[in-house]
Structures are given as structure tokens and as C-alpha cells.
Design a protein around this ligand. Sequence first.
Ligand SMILES: CC(C)(COP(=O)(O)OP(=O)(O)OC[C@H]1O[C@@H](n2cnc3c(N)ncnc32)[C@H](O)[C@@H]1OP(=O)(O)O)[C@@H](O)C(=O)NCCC(=O)NCCS
Length: 197
Amino acid sequence: MEQIEIDTVSGRDITPWLEDIAKLRLQVFREFPYLYEGSLDYESDYLKKYASSDKSVFILAKVNRKVVGAATGLPLIDADEEFQAPFKEHGLNISQYFYFGESVLDKNFRGRGIGHMFFDAREAFAWHNCFRWTTFCAVERPENHPQRPPNYRPLNQFWEARGYQQRPELNTCYSWQDIGEPEETSKPMIFWIKSPV
Ligand SMILES: CC(C)(COP(=O)(O)OP(=O)(O)OC[C@H]1O[C@@H](n2cnc3c(N)ncnc32)[C@H](O)[C@@H]1OP(=O)(O)O)[C@@H](O)C(=O)NCCC(=O)NCCS
């Protein structure tokens, strides 16, 4: 079995890896429930936010120096307005939250505990930088969505086992182009939250 190396990089140090991560996101997020018909232009805009935040973090899984997986995070205060809005609406102090963008892993390397390592490393980064909460959001797709694979297993149990609580009152919409659709459409997203104590 190949040796997998896990590295943590922050802020501008991510720049050399951005193209690899963009390609991986385009590959993995074609899967349900994301169904993301991305483009390198959209990716470069999206990832630029991370490169320009001093306290962003990328956990990279590498095999023979090739990126096979990545997990991202940044202070909620540096994230897109769509992600900050529900926290502000509920009077929450967004400077206390560290936002996890996503985890993406090449299918050939799943089921070996890398998903757990992605959470461990991002949480350690967030607590070390004195954030009070870690959070992420997940897209809501209808149960009867025509593209839902019959053997699809949501990640909810994994997230609950990691100590995250789904918070339906903290919800937002985020737009991207679905595979086979002519333009971007807005998707409902629900937040999950964890506190270290
Ligand atoms: C999420 C992802 C990074 C997890 O990576 P992984 O290395 O396979 O995860 P792990 O081996 O650490 O397993 C983590 C947990 O996932 C769950 N899991 C494993 N395979 C699963 C599957 N096919 N479907 C649903 N959950 C699964 C298990 O509960 C496991 O926890 P356990 O071992 O304590 O029971 C990977 O599956 C992936 O890239 N998925 C597609 C993109 C995605 O959904 N990203 C998350 C939201 S941005």
C-alpha cells in the first residue's frame, strides 16, 4: 500500500498547490450530492479567498508528492458573505468560528482514516488559533433526487461521531452549476457546529 503523507499548510504557502486542489475538487465534486460542473476559473476565484487569508489552512494528503486529497478551512470572518450571514442573523460572534470549506479525497484512498485525519488536523489548527467553534455546512438534496445513487450513504453519522451537531436554523444558499444544467442555481445548505468543550 502506498505511503500517504499528511501536510498542513497555511495562508499564502498554499499557492503552489492551488491548481492540484482545484483539479481534485472538480473530480470529486462531480459525485452526488454535489454534482458540481465546475471550471478552473470558478475554482481559482473560490480558492483565492483561502490563499489571501492569513489563518486559512489546507491539510494535504500526498502520495509520491502528488496531492490525492485536501481539506480546507479559514476563519468564518474571511469566508464568503453567504456563509457568514446566518450567524450574523442569529446574533452570533463570527470571529469565534473557524469554517471548514470541504474535504475531498481521491476514491482510491478512501476508507483508510484520512477523513478523520482531515478533521483532527483542522480542529487542532482552529483550537491552536483560539477559535471557540468549528463549523461547516452541507448541501441539502431532496430524498428523491434523480441522481441519488441507490447505495448512497450520507456522511451525517460520521459528522455526529466527530461531535458535530446539525443546526437547521443556521442555513444559507450557495450557487454553483450542476452537471447537465445550463447555469448556476442556488442550493440550500445547513450548518453543523462543534465546540471543543
Ligand atoms: C469525506 C471523505 C474525505 C472521507 O474520507 P475517508 O478517508 O474515506 O474517511 P475515513 O476513512 O476517515 O472514514 C470516515 C468515516 O466516513 C464514514 N464512511 C466511510 N465510507 C463511507 C461511505 N462510502 N459513505 C458514507 N460514509 C462513509 C465512516 O463513518 C467513517 O468513520 P468510521 O471509520 O469511524 O466508521 C471522502 O469520503 C470523500 O472525499 N468524499 C467525497 C467528498 C465529500 O463528500 N466531502 C465531504 C463534504 S465537503
